[in-house]
Design a protein around this ligand. Structure first.
Ligand SMILES: Cc1cc2nc3c(=O)[nH]c(=O)nc-3n(C[C@H](O)[C@H](O)[C@H](O)COP(=O)(O)O)c2cc1C
Length: 223
């Protein structure tokens, strides 16, 4: 009995405790770091596949269960010049050699955070085909009504520009008139998110965004 007492004390010593704690922390951090490194390629692949799925969805080409890479073969990414001199990506939905629609990345401030999405535009550069956000911080049940399929469907066929060529598409407060070319129903209890969406869409189709590019598509169509 007198033999075991000193060894029990040394097992519980401060040095021993620190040694075990540091050892366990080191092993855990090596495990976590290795997992992060090993999972990175899969994470990037999933992110890319998610982006492709959203682009297909806004273009009306997404089929649940279908192979994303196969569907995405119809999409051609391009870089285009903005009025600011910067370059920005667009995603062309091709039908053979013809552009069928153009998908524009759009982003802007919501009530709580930045909202990121894609606006699909017909090949006339004038008519909306769809709007889909994939990242935002709006409140469930209020601002997140922007994700509701019934609300999103209204974008199809709306005119983006007024007769003067200025962006005119607008989310109104309340219901848009049935025959309205430019208006989209408001979001009940979420007028601030709706305003954010109107301004970001108007910005990106406007003269400082993709406006000149869309105009040039329209000129080609009407040639
Ligand atoms: C907790 C909380 C979360 C809210 N989230 C949103 C939101 O995501 N988007 C939004 O526009 N308004 C949100 N609101 C409401 C706004 O403060 C504001 O009242 C509303 O946008 C006005 O819209 P209405 O005129 O349609 O009622 C939230 C309010 C509260 C208290």
């Amino acid at each position: 009995m007198s033999d075991s007492a000193p060894s029990a004390r040394s097992r519980d010593s401060i040095g021993n405790t620190l040694f075990v704690a540091i050892g366990v922390s080191l092993i855990c951090s090596v495990l976590v770091a290795s997992a992060a490194v090993m999972l990175k390629p899969r994470q990037l692949k999933n992110e890319e596949e998610f982006r492709q799925r959203i682009i297909l969805d806004v273009a009306g080409l997404y089929e649940p269960g279908a192979d994303i890479a196969t569907l995405y073969a119809a999409i051609e990414p391009r870089m285009v010049d903005l009025a600011s001199g910067e370059q920005a990506p667009v995603y062309l939905v091709m039908d053979g050699n013809e552009i069928e629609q153009v998908i524009l990345p759009v982003e802007g401030a919501g009530l709580w955070a930045m909202m990121y999405g894609f606006l699909a535009v017909e090949n006339d550069g004038q008519t909306a085909r769809g709007l889909r956000f994939y990242d935002h911080g709006e409140t469930p049940g209020l601002g997140d009504q922007i994700d509701k399929p019934a609300w999103r469907e209204q974008w199809q066929g709306k005119r983006l520009f007024g007769p003067d060529g200025e962006p005119q598409i607008t989310i109104v407060k309340g219901y848009a008139p049935d025959d309205s070319d430019f208006e989209i129903d408001g979001l009940a209890g979420a007028t601030l998110t709706a305003r954010g969406v109107t301004s970001l869409v108007q910005y990106w189709i406007g003269e400082n965004g993709y406006g000149p590019y869309l105009q040039q598509l329209d000129d080609k169509e009407s040639r």
